[in-house]
Design a protein around this ligand. Structure first.
Ligand SMILES: NC(=O)c1ccc[n+]([C@@H]2O[C@H](COP(=O)([O-])OP(=O)(O)OC[C@H]3O[C@@H](n4cnc5c(N)ncnc54)[C@H](OP(=O)(O)O)[C@@H]3O)[C@@H](O)[C@H]2O)c1
Length: 325
């Protein structure tokens, strides 16, 4: 038997149970990973609350982890028992000592990337990879607005943007978070609890505004974000930390300056083995070269997953959070 977190109904952290299960023997094309560290992500909260429906209940939770391949199903050629690996996609169930998932979602870790770094950056770092390198292929010289700049995704984005020569303006809710985002390479920060975001962006850009806004906050920031863009610029809405953006009249894109908008997801970008490998190699290059450092600012026991989620939802965390089985 092994431990995992599962939920049988949606709701608050109290719906998370820490239970014994028999690790599933991998079927053809699958591997079973013995997790050494599990990544905590906002999307886990969306599944727990029901904002994103789990395919069935009871359900495991979580999609990001790193550890050692424990068993390999038939037909898997790129992984062997004992390999150090990480993953960020696939069926819910990463909050567990053992997780069985399709092998094509699992990548081998380079020697220089430790499992905690991998668990704290696979989902968040691959997200930054597609946001900055694919959704809008930044070349350097652009000015972008990135919300939640001291968070898990945001901390990696600040460093990657600096490396690309992009001026990242990060929004944050406190001075401590502003300092952290700056230390990570944000060109400027805006504390939205004290300052008017649109006016500050106008000042900082001398009226030019931004080439791209990356907005993972959703409902609360949608219109502010549109107001921070240049004409014909791109709004990337990639999360719902404050709730989903709903009931949008598409005419607003005309009123705010012939804007473009996209609502991307990691699964929409890392949708083939080739694309996942390309993106993971790009991320690993950034990690191995030290250009991106992953700040594991919080560690929790797997059994305390509910507490960890509470902190994330209450904006109390910075950088990445991992759960330790
Ligand atoms: N589409 C994708 O592919 C994809 C992939 C990964 C993550 N995401 C999204 O990216 C976002 C960041 O994920 P993460 O796991 O790295 O989390 P995180 O950024 O570490 O934590 C969320 C942060 O959002 C900010 N925030 C603003 N309004 C909030 C509210 N009403 N409730 C809670 N937080 C609020 C807080 O920072 P301040 O205190 O500074 O405001 C908070 O720390 C999430 O929205 C997530 O869903 C999307």
């Amino acid at each position: 038997m092994a431990k995992r977190i599962q939920f049988s109904r949606t709701g608050g952290p109290e719906v998370l149970d820490y239970v014994d299960v028999e690790p599933r023997v991998p079927e053809p094309g699958e591997v079973c990973v013995r997790n050494e560290a599990v990544g905590l992500n906002f999307i886990d909260i969306y599944f727990r609350t029901g904002l994103y429906p789990a395919p069935s209940l009871p359900s495991g939770l979580g999609t990001e982890g790193a550890g050692i391949v424990d068993a390999v199903g038939e037909g898997v050629s790129h992984l062997r028992e004992g390999d150090r690996v990480a993953y960020a996609q696939g069926p819910l169930g990463a909050y567990a000592e053992y997780h069985t998932l399709p092998a094509d979602k699992v990548v081998a870790l380079p020697d220089d990337v430790d499992v905690e770094t991998a668990a704290g950056s696979m989902l968040k770092g691959l997200t930054v990879q597609y946001l900055l390198r694919q959704t809008y292929p930044l070349e350097g010289g652009e000015t972008i607005l990135f919300h939640a700049a001291a968070g898990g995704v945001g901390s990696i984005a600040c460093q990657w943007a600096r490396e690309l020569g992009v001026k990242l303006i990060g929004t944050v809710s406190s001075k401590e978070k502003a300092d952290l985002a700056k230390a990570n390479g944000a060109w400027a920060t805006i504390d939205y609890t004290q300052e008017d975001v649109v006016e500050r962006v106008r000042e900082l850009t001398q009226g030019e505004m931004c080439d791209v806004v990356y907005d993972s906050v959703g409902k609360d920031t949608w219109e502010t974000s549109l107001d921070c863009l240049k004409k014909r610029a791109l709004m990337v809405s990639f999360g719902n930390a404050s709730g989903p953006v709903e009931g949008v009249n598409i005419g607003i894109l005309n009123q705010k300056g012939s804007l473009f908008v996209t609502r991307p997801s990691l699964n929409g970008y890392a949708d083939t083995r080739e694309r996942l490998e390309m993106m993971a190699n790009d991320l690993f290059d950034m990690l191995e070269s030290g250009k991106v450092k992953v700040d594991i600012a919080q560690r929790y026991a797997l059994s305390d997953a509910g507490k960890a989620q509470d902190s994330l939802a209450a904006r109390k965390t910075t950088g990445s959070t991992i759960l330790l089985p």
